[in-house]
Unconditional design. Sequence first.
Length: 271
Amino acid sequence: MSDADNNATEEREAFDRDSTSNTLTIAIGLSLVCSILVAGAAIMLKPIQEMNEVRFRQRIILDVAGLLEPGADIEEGLDRIEARVVELETGTYVDSIDANNFDPLAAANEPATSVAIPEELDIGKIRRRAIYAPVYLVSDGDELSQIILPVRGTGLWSTLYGYLALEPDGETVSGLQFYDHAETPGLGDQIEDPAWRAQWVGKKIYGEDGEPRMEVVRGTVAAGNPYVQHQVDGLSGATLTGRGVMNLVRYWTGPHGYGPYLEQYRQAKGT
Ligand SMILES: Cc1cc2nc3c(=O)[nH]c(=O)nc-3n(C[C@H](O)[C@H](O)[C@H](O)COP(=O)(O)O)c2cc1C
């Protein structure tokens, strides 16, 4: 073997690309670079994601308020909505909390800012709720035209997140819309069906005794029955999701939800 061949063999042995240490060094280096890139992207994208989340929720609120017709001016619609925070137990407004930056779901996860829901009252099966909660007041000129309440509760497979809109009388439904759930497509996801949602419009959430009375019946609502004004059809093949919606609406309009707020509102209005 010539000197040149010997040198080349020595160099190859000195730098064996396939050695375990080289493989490890390259793998670790590559993972480091990738982690830095992923972490950097996540940090940079976070404000954009948060902004998109806010816009998404705003659109749903506009939609449930009927202000998202094709061609509607979104900014104009948003100008008509005032967000306020309510202390649920007393039903009074709390102006020291910025309603636009208040996250009731995050607050519900913190022991200091939430309460456990007594089991007998937890018909929506959410276990905890925040002490404070936002309400969205929609105005038409100088008049209040709708009150929008965030609602959530358990369906069959998942938590259903949505908004319930009420007429200015504080008890007639003007809209119900869910923006997040994981119910089965074709079954539980009929809660998004515009025809089913339309059935809620005009229904009364309270019975004569002042208790939440909305009911998702099994099958179809029997015309002429005395409870028609509180009833909507069941969802075929998805009775359990429908029952979840009924229960969450009853919870949030009841004494442990927005009930005290709505009662005070109605008393102040004289309705
Ligand atoms: C794969 C699968 C998915 C289902 N998804 C739902 C659902 O999302 N919501 C629901 O209420 N029922 C769902 N069901 C049906 C329920 O298990 C239950 O049978 C139904 O809610 C009863 O309603 P019904 O009396 O109207 O048939 C599902 C069933 C199967 C097999």
